[in-house]
Design a protein. Structure first.
Length: 244
């Protein structure tokens, strides 16, 4: 006796289940192969030190960076930094949907880890078609180094404008202080600069920089790092770059 024929609905359900079971397996194999063929990231701290040496900077240990600066950076750039393993799937999915809607290559959704990878291993190339390599190297970096090490190297590797590479140079150039001396107002200003140092240029475009600082402080308050009152006080504090 022949088995009963499947209804169309059963066939669709079966196809969905097969896909659900098969896609993760395929992705797992592809990821494993990708991790093997991508370059090592063991030299990450040395690459950061090379950037600092080339521009006259010195490494600032994370212990010498005030918590409010780290919190400001995480709030505005990667609020789930301590929850993900290099790839923020929520942010990535949001970026994919946005980019598909606008018919462009994949952009956005980058974590601090991915930004550090782009800076050190991808020549700051923002070509969306290099995203798979970016993602794989971010996974590899997170498996090799802890979060505090990644955060410290990010703060020391990024460009803040006006020749300032790393947070040590940035604090000196803009405020003539060491990073440990930065208060919330100055820390929130510096945390917003790496996204676009030329657009948020404190000397030539202070109004844009102030708007960015406002967003940083608002996000810090939203994430619970500071109160609304503390955000308002920091924003209203005079730090030498008035918006005219």
């Amino acid at each position: 006796m022949r088995p009963p024929r499947r209804t169309r609905r059963q066939q669709v359900v079966a196809a969905i289940v097969a896909s659900a079971l098969g896609v993760p397996a395929v992705l797992g194999v592809a990821t494993a192969i990708g991790l093997m063929v991508t370059p090592s990231v063991d030299d990450m701290p040395k690459r950061v030190d090379a950037i600092l040496s080339a521009h006259g900077g010195t490494r600032v240990p994370l212990a010498d960076v005030p918590d409010q600066l780290s919190e400001a950076l995480i709030a505005i750039e990667d609020e789930r930094f301590y929850a993900h393993r290099g790839i923020d799937t929520q942010g990535l999915i949001r970026a994919v949907l946005t980019d598909l809607y606008h018919h462009r290559a994949l952009e956005g959704g980058s974590t601090l880890t991915q930004q550090l990878i782009k800076r050190l291993y991808l020549d700051n190339n923002d070509d969306g078609w290099r995203k798979p390599q970016d993602l794989l190297l971010a996974l590899k970096l997170e498996s090799r180094f802890d979060k505090h090490t990644i955060l410290e190297n990010y703060l020391n590797a990024v460009y803040y404008g006006h020749g300032a590479y790393g947070i040590g140079e940035a604090a000196a150039v803009y405020f003539h202080e060491r990073p440990a001396q930065l208060d919330l107002a100055r820390a929130s200003m510096l945390a917003g600069l790496p996204q676009s140092p030329s657009f948020y240029d404190l000397y030539h475009n202070p109004c844009s920089a102030r708007a960015r600082q406002f967003n940083v402080l608002a996000q810090m308050a939203h994430d619970g790092y500071i109160s609304q009152e503390a955000a308002a006080r920091a924003y209203n504090e005079s730090i030498g770059y008035p918006c005219k």
